[in-house]
Write a new protein. Structure first.
Ligand SMILES: Cc1ncc(COP(=O)(O)O)c(/C=C/C(=O)C(=O)O)c1O
Length: 353
């Protein structure tokens, strides 16, 4: 069986025999051809479905590394700030390791699925009366002044673990794609994919780097705007971040990969969210759909050559924040169809009769 990314890629990660391997089987996620998106764009589109990780997001790749290294350092408690998925993952891996996790989330801005996971995994969850950026400032202060180990993506172990997704793409495609699309909050994952692909080039496993295309929500797009956003706002709560922790690393990755950062409106995020679930059969939380929206926008604008190989990483499962599938385009609630226990009636409603 798949043994988790630290075991599967041990020779390409900075772990040693002294590193305890804390794993829930993360990684080895599906790379799924998206015929509907290929038809819409003329590219050859693949979806890297990171919702299939143990806690339902890509964060598990980084957390297995961060918690394993924390255990190696003798940590007894970990701390993180989170818009939700990092807290769910930190809580799961910490409890699996037998240590405690404290998580700081912006009050009232965490999706129900993620809140449920952090509580279920016995984290000390504090809702901070501020936004994610305030939470990260506090978490860094706590890790500096108290005996708690910081597991946010400012911790390089997280980037190390997350770069394994690029290894898996290359294994399946036999080369790097022409374009790699990702959502961008702190820009840790954008940075991690660039690092993973760069290492593949260095070891001769690929002929090229993909162009790294990252997307931020229009109401929360500091890298696109070129300045911090003090009051970020988007329904894509996972990427509601105004001061990205890996900003400089991401700009470097963009330069070196002839990459791009773009902003996408909430309406276009929801449109892509629906296309992905209704036409491809992949259910994601809204932030994860921004890469699909980004591809549709870039293709429409003529920047994606026909026949290009495109990988879009969708980062969190739709079950994290299922409410969005139950709203119609104009924001009203989907009305359930209620029928009597009567075959003829139902056949008629289904349009069979
Ligand atoms: C579903 C989903 N998609 C994309 C991102 C952006 O990744 P980065 O650009 O590496 O930050 C996040 C980030 C979440 C957190 O930052 C957190 O959980 O604290 C996410 O949950």
């Amino acid at each position: 069986q798949w043994r988790g990314v630290l075991n599967e890629y041990s020779d390409r990660l900075n772990i040693s025999a002294a590193t305890p391997i804390i794993t829930l089987g993360e990684g080895g996620t599906p790379l799924i051809p998206a015929a509907a998106l290929s038809a819409r764009t003329g590219a050859k589109v693949w979806i890297k479905f990171e919702g299939m990780n143990p806690t339902g997001s890509f964060k598990d790749r980084g957390m297995t590394m961060a918690i394993s290294k924390a255990m190696e350092d003798g940590a007894k408690a970990v701390i993180c700030a989170s818009t939700g998925n990092t807290s769910a993952s930190a809580a799961a891996y910490a409890t699996h390791a037998g240590i405690t996790a404290a998580v700081l989330v912006p009050e009232g801005k965490i999706a129900m699925g993620k809140l449920s996971q952090a509580v279920a995994h016995n984290a000390q969850l504090l809702q901070v009366q501020g936004n994610f950026d305030d939470c990260l400032d506090i978490a860094r202060d706590l890790a500096t002044n108290y005996p708690v180990h910081l597991v946010n993506s400012v911790n390089p172990d997280r980037i190390e673990g997350q770069k394994t997704a690029a290894f898996e793409v290359v294994e399946v495609l036999g080369d790097a794609p022409d374009f790699q699309f990702v959502p961008v909050g702190n820009a840790g994952n954008y940075t991690a994919y660039f690092r993973g692909y760069s290492e593949e080039v260095a070891r001769g496993a690929t002929t090229k780097l993909p162009r790294m295309f990252g997307f931020q929500a229009a109401g929360s797009a500091p890298i696109v705007l070129g300045h911090r956003v003090d009051h970020p706002d988007t329904l894509a709560s996972a990427i509601r971040i105004g001061n990205p922790a890996s900003w400089d690393l991401a700009l470097n990755a963009r330069e070196q990969s002839d990459g791009y950062f773009g902003a996408i409106t909430d309406a276009k995020i929801l449109e892509a969210h629906r296309i992905l679930s209704a036409e491809v059969g992949i259910f994601v939380e809204p932030a994860s759909a921004i890469g699909v929206a980004g591809l549709l926008e870039r293709a429409e604008a003529g920047f994606i050559p026909k026949g290009s190989t495109v990988v879009i990483t969708v980062t969190g499962h739709g079950l994290k924040d299922p409410q969005w599938a139950l709203r119609t385009a104009d924001g009203s609630d989907v009305v359930p169809t209620i029928v009597p226990v009567d075959t003829a009636e139902i056949a008629s409603v289904l349009g069979l009769a």
